[in-house]
Design a protein around this ligand. Structure first.
Ligand SMILES: CC(C)(COP(=O)(O)OP(=O)(O)OC[C@H]1O[C@@H](n2cnc3c(N)ncnc32)[C@H](O)[C@@H]1OP(=O)(O)O)[C@@H](O)C(=O)NCCC(=O)NCCS
Length: 380
């Protein structure tokens, strides 16, 4: 992509071939110094350009001091032209420098990971973050081994998926539901914190460091659980396939329903990783959560209703509302989440414009959500 932008005189002619950058905050572009478009593996050096669209700045990390400065600067200008904005080019001359003659690619990968994991994903929207990698040491030989390990991991994972006992489950998922458990999430443990942040990032909302930090500090408010399933490769281990939360009342219950000392709790922050979907894990997780809601220590025996908000099914079934998906540049989901909850016994009492969304052309508008509830009487 960056090579095409670099080599094409008018980058607007590439629009159809490039991803849609609406709503994108940062773009990582590996820069190569090849000048010959007919040569498949030309060029001698790689560097990294990180374009912050939100801040309109392009940071250039070059492991051979200013080796690719012309290429990176040109890509910055063309990218700005493509997005109709002025982008400031900032070469970070304190970037880690390579000793060997063939380590530039390793430096690009290591720097990219460092910037993503240690800077962008850890920052909150209002916080200023230094994008300098000055003082970082890159051990090229160790990093090569680590990269080889990651690639080998993906290769094995591919092999496992092609041949694993899970495959028949995926092929015949309706007949073969997986086992599922809920395990409390401990955000004080760093690995759990980063796994939840990874899953939230894939989910697409509530992934900011600040949000997760507030969940970590308010365990009385929000009770988060991993949705786990046994690892098909090792039955003694489990996979964290998603997460779900039991929260206090969100105040959306239809007035007048609670009697005596009854209370309501709410279901939120519910997500199953795409590779584990449609295996009935979601369904079971909700059923487990309903049981937890009426039992101590996580729930309360006085809990009468579970409430939740779900995107209105009008966006799936009603011709007049289906335009939402193209309007925000998303693919229409294969099923309605409101209907999904209805199949689990939840009823809608009201639909309200609740969530703010932004269209591709920058217009903000309200999205209608169904306020749903389930009577837990009888669940013990
Ligand atoms: C919604 C979500 C949690 C469901 O989890 P899941 O584990 O994939 O769902 P399950 O396998 O338990 O659901 C089974 C039912 O869902 C429906 N369903 C699931 N995937 C489907 C698909 N791709 N197409 C059509 N129906 C589908 C079917 O009705 C199925 O019932 P059936 O097997 O009896 O026919 C999951 O898809 C997800 O995380 N989505 C993104 C985040 C989200 O929408 N969260 C909810 C916010 S309120």
């Amino acid at each position: 992509m960056s090579f095409m932008i670099l080599q094409t005189p008018n980058p607007h002619t590439l629009k159809d071939a490039l991803p849609n950058f609406t709503g994108v905050s940062h773009v990582f572009l590996p820069i190569n110094d090849c000048r010959n478009v007919t040569q498949a593996e030309g060029g001698t050096h790689w560097s990294l350009l990180l374009i912050s669209i939100v801040d309109r700045v392009a940071f250039h990390y070059d492991s051979l001091y200013q080796g690719n400065v012309w290429e990176a600067h040109t890509v910055t200008q063309k990218f700005g032209y493509l997005l109709n904005m002025q982008i400031r080019f900032m070469p970070l001359n304190d970037s880690p420098q390579q000793d060997g003659g063939s380590d530039c690619g390793v430096f690009v990968c290591v720097n990219m990971r460092q910037l993503l994991e240690k800077r962008l994903l850890r920052a909150s929207a209002h916080e200023k973050v230094s994008m300098s990698l000055g003082g970082q040491r890159v051990d090229a030989s160790h990093s090569r081994k680590e990269m080889a390990k990651i690639i080998e991991g993906f290769r094995k994972e591919g092999e496992r998926r092609r041949s694993s006992p899970l495959r028949p489950f995926i092929m015949a998922k309706k007949q073969c539901p997986l086992q599922c458990h809920l395990e409390p999430i401990d955000l004080n443990e760093e690995t759990q914190f980063s796994e939840l942040q990874r899953q939230r990032t894939i989910c697409g909302w509530n992934y900011e460091q600040q949000t997760l930090q507030s969940w970590k500090e308010n365990t009385n408010f929000k009770k988060l659980f991993w949705i786990t399933t046994p690892d098909p490769d090792n039955e003694t281990k489990s996979i964290r396939a998603g997460h779900i939360s039991l929260d206090p009342s969100s105040g959306i219950l239809e007035p007048g329903l609670l009697q005596g000392d009854e209370i309501d709790l709410s279901l939120s922050t519910f997500f199953i990783l795409p590779e584990h979907r449609a295996l009935k894990l979601g369904k079971k997780a909700v059923q487990f959560l309903e049981n937890l809601a009426v039992t101590e220590p996580y729930g309360d025996p006085r809990c009468r209703y579970i409430t939740l908000c779900a995107l209105s099914k009008r966006y799936i079934y009603d011709e007049r509302w289906r335009g939402l998906w193209s309007k925000v540049g998303m693919a229409q989901p294969p099923f309605s989440i409101q209907e999904w909850y209805e199949n689990l016994g939840y009823t809608t009492w009201k639909e309200v414009p609740l969530t703010e969304a932004t269209s591709l052309d920058g217009e903000t508008f309200q999205v209608w959500e169904a306020l749903m509830r389930k009577d837990l009487r009888g669940i013990s």
